[in-house]
Design a protein around this ligand. Structure first.
Ligand code: NCD
Length: 338
């Protein structure tokens, strides 16, 4: 994908390394706007249709925030029951209608392949905000952007990275998309830790192996992992047949400071797409890690805004006009950054 303008972003398989570098370069240009040091009104008059048919906090709000920060307006639909899809309307019809009201659409839906189906009826670019257990391309990009930034402080790049992915690798769409993106890089070591029933799907394993990467698969967190990144995930309870089934896996891979010290290096960066399940029976990332400087989860969420701003600018073809429509801010935030 060398040209973003006017294209949907449905899967990470559309991206190559040049495209990723382009997204990251534009994301870096978004820094002063995201920090509200400057304003740009480059998307003044544009409307984002933000359609979330599955629960979401940060993905939905960061898409909206990103669009607002570029000067555009956001129209939002949340939940299946409040939309005409609950009356039997097809994704195609919904897309025909809503693309008439918007200049670009971000969409999340519980069914794998649904966002691509929707895009067929859309007259404007559609960005996949997560389709069931399938893909989450914008999360993968913000995760990779975070990995690159975190490792840069240690003088490392993405090539040669060792990443440990832990938890629900079967239903977790973020690890599917991130693994596929990492297949574009060289000499990656994947350590995949999950219960056997929640193992990474075969097509993703095949992609990792075909890319010639090193793969270690384990059902337990054990030994001293020489990992650069520890990517923890949530048990995706909404994708199980029953709560009871999901409960069988909850709490199996909790991470706290002492478990971290036992299995990871003092520099291992801790990531999680969030939300972390903080209920006592799960406690995926204990609050005692909150003071650990390697906990990157809130840097990830901040980076999400930059990456989504970049994707909007690129798909709407305005990335070269940001400064032309730049303004000074009237309101200054005194909020401290991390
Ligand atoms: C993830 C998702 O929805 O796939 N969250 C997110 O988008 N930040 C992961 C999750 O819900 O566990």
């Amino acid at each position: 994908m060398s040209q973003f303008t006017g294209h949907h972003i449905l899967s990470v398989s559309q991206l190559d390394r040049d495209a990723i570098e382009k997204v990251f370069a534009v994301a870096n240009m978004m820094q002063p706007y995201a920090k509200r040091q400057k304003r740009t009104t480059v998307l003044d008059g544009a409307i984002l249709g933000n359609l979330f048919f599955e629960p979401s906090t940060r993905t939905r709000v960061s898409f909206g925030t990103a669009f607002n920060l570029l000067g555009g307006e956001v129209r939002e639909t949340t939940g299946m029951s409040s939309s005409a899809l609950a009356k039997g309307e097809s994704l195609y019809d919904t897309a025909r209608v809503l693309s008439g009201y918007s200049d670009i659409i971000a969409m999340r839906h519980p069914a794998a392949g649904s966002v691509a189906e929707f895009a067929q009826g859309s007259r404007v670019p559609v960005i996949n905000g997560g389709d069931g257990a399938n893909e989450h391309p914008t999360q993968a990009l913000l995760d990779l952007f975070t990995i690159e930034r975190e490792l840069r402080y240690e003088g490392k790049g993405i090539d040669g990275l060792h990443i440990a992915m832990i938890g629900d690798l079967r239903y977790g769409r973020t690890v599917h998309s991130l693994s596929r993106l990492l297949c574009l890089y060289k000499n990656i070591h994947f350590t995949l830790v999950s219960p056997p029933e929640l193992a990474m799907p075969t097509p993703v394993i095949d992609a990792i192996e075909n890319a010639g990467h090193r793969l270690t698969i384990s059902t337990r967190l054990e030994g001293s992992l020489n990992a650069d990144i520890c990517y923890q995930t949530r048990i995706q309870e909404e994708r199980f047949e029953s709560q009871a089934e999901a409960n069988r896996y909850r709490g199996k891979f909790r991470l706290n400071q002492s478990i971290y010290t036992k299995h990871f290096q003092s520099k291992t960066v801790i990531m999680h797409p969030l939300p972390r399940d903080s209920r006592a029976e799960a406690n995926e990332l204990d609050n005692d890690l909150n003071q650990n400087p390697n906990l990157a989860i809130f840097r990830q969420t901040d980076n999400g805004v930059l990456v989504r701003m970049a994707l909007f600018a690129l798909t709407l073809g305005v990335e070269h006009l940001l400064t032309r429509y730049e303004k000074d801010v009237i309101w200054h935030s005194n909020k401290s950054s991390e």
